[in-house]
Design a protein around this ligand. Structure first.
Ligand SMILES: [Zn+2]
Length: 297
């Protein structure tokens, strides 16, 4: 049995680790290296990115055989191809799996959505791989992850939560999207005079405009969660990412209860949790180890 390697390629950084069971063994490799001189991923051409990834994986394996590699990245991944890449736009269209399969011909390679990797990592580290785990990631954009992975697109961050035609702040350009309310970039566009931290601080202090927005923000997240409950089932929803610090869990539960009334669908709740890189690395590796699903690889 060779190593199983998990990679998180989120934001503008890579984190790579060897995973055994539900934990990372040894240290997590990072790119750009702390204090080192590294090229920015933002400007890196797709081929160079693939080459960098290959080198990082090879170095993490340290000469051992590699049984499987899982790579979690933001965007839509279809059968190993990066179909949409909101942060590193130059990667759109890159067949990352084919590129890495060339370098590691006897290794199972899985490219998956970063939020799905997080969901699997949360499930694994909590000993809940037998349960459905759903997670919202609140950052520059909005992610929704699910474990076990299922077929489909699952871009729940872009689900429509308002019919107001003036709600057009989503990074994808779509009107009325969840990310258009909750996304970091969207909040900066809406409040040109304030950073998100200031908006929520003023909301707590009672500023009416900020309070109204903070309420809308929570209603939007509750609404998208209610949709997931009505489509799939009630359950536990984790919330993570840098902007999860703005979540008032009590308010979220209140709004959710207004939105979900059928008795069969009761019993959902939210938990805000930190997700260090290790969680995504473990989740990517956990998914790479299991038999790939048709349609969402
Ligand atoms: Zn959108």
């Amino acid at each position: 049995m060779g190593h199983v390697i998990g990679v998180r390629a989120a934001g503008e950084a890579l984190a790579v680790g060897v995973v055994e069971g539900d934990r990372v063994v040894g240290h997590v490799r990072r790119y750009p290296e702390e204090g080192g001189r590294s090229d920015s991923l933002i400007e890196m051409p797709a081929e160079t990115f693939g080459e960098l990834l290959r080198r990082q994986i090879e170095q993490a394996a340290a000469g051992a055989d590699i049984e499987a590699v899982g790579i979690g990245m933001p965007g839509i991944i279809l059968e190993g191809v990066i179909a949409e890449s909101p942060n590193l736009q130059q990667l759109k269209g890159l067949n990352l799996r084919a590129l890495l399969s060339g370098a590691f011909p006897s290794t199972a390679i899985l490219i998956l959505n970063d939020a799905d990797a997080l969901a699997a990592g949360i499930a694994a580290t909590r000993g809940q791989l037998d349960k459905v785990t759903r997670v919202w990631t609140l950052g520059a954009g909005l992610g929704f992850g699910r474990y076990p992975r299922t077929e489909g697109i699952w871009e729940a961050g872009h689900c429509v939560v308002t019919l107001d035609p003036k709600e057009r702040f989503c990074g994808c350009g779509g009107v009325g999207h969840l990310e258009g309310v909750l996304g970091h970039r969207a909040m900066r566009l809406r409040f040109l005079d304030m950073e998100p931290e200031e908006i929520f601080q003023h909301a707590v202090e009672g500023d009416e405009r900020c309070r109204n927005f903070a309420n809308l923000w929570h209603r939007a997240l509750a609404g998208a969660t209610a949709s997931s409950i009505h489509l799939e089932a009630p359950g536990k929803f984790y919330i993570t990412g840098p902007n999860s610090k703005f979540v008032e869990t009590g308010l979220l539960h209140l709004y959710l209860h207004e939105m979900v009334k059928m008795s069969t669908l009761q019993g959902s709740y939210f938990e805000v949790i930190p997700t260090p890189d290790e969680i995504a690395i473990i989740g990517a590796a956990v998914n790479a180890r299991v038999k790939p699903l048709a349609g969402r690889m």
